[in-house]
Design a protein around this ligand. Sequence first.
Ligand SMILES: [Zn+2]
Ligand SMILES: [Zn+2]
Length: 175
Amino acid sequence: MTDQEVPPPGWYPDSTGANRYWDGAQWTEHLADEPAAAVATPVFCTNCGTSMSPQAMACSACGFGVGSSINFCRNCAAPATPGQTMCLTCGSNLTAFRPDDKTKMAAGLLAIFLGGFGVHKFYLGYTTAGVIQILITLVTCGIGSIVALVEGIIYLTKSDAEFHQTYVVGKKEWF
Ligand SMILES: [Zn+2]
Ligand SMILES: [Zn+2]
């Protein structure tokens, strides 16, 4: 007897990565059907237009993360101008693929109504600035929340593209 445990019969990935049936003693010839979704349609880098895998989070040609800039349609690689929201060639939504896009409207409204608690800064991922905002508000008995109010107004006066570039890509923590 050996200490090594033999897995019970079932479907397991074999040495080639395929899902193969193990009968409890040896591999059989039975392979699980490949799910249709595994066949990936290539998409295009929105920064440089190079074809890339839909699962890739960054382009192998230019190194830019998905959605960091929109110079090309992700669906058909047609050139797009920054700030454009829809592809003029295939009609696909140019902003839909951004996995964690922060919207100007949400950040602006959070800043104006809940900004004293730093909620808009947490929303944008600025944890330290959010904590500092809470302290400013507490120390000034609420007067410091005017900082957030001003920030909310600044957010809302920017264009969507400008907001994305400054606060999501550029990570500008104050004003
Ligand atoms: Zn690229
Ligand atoms: Zn397109």
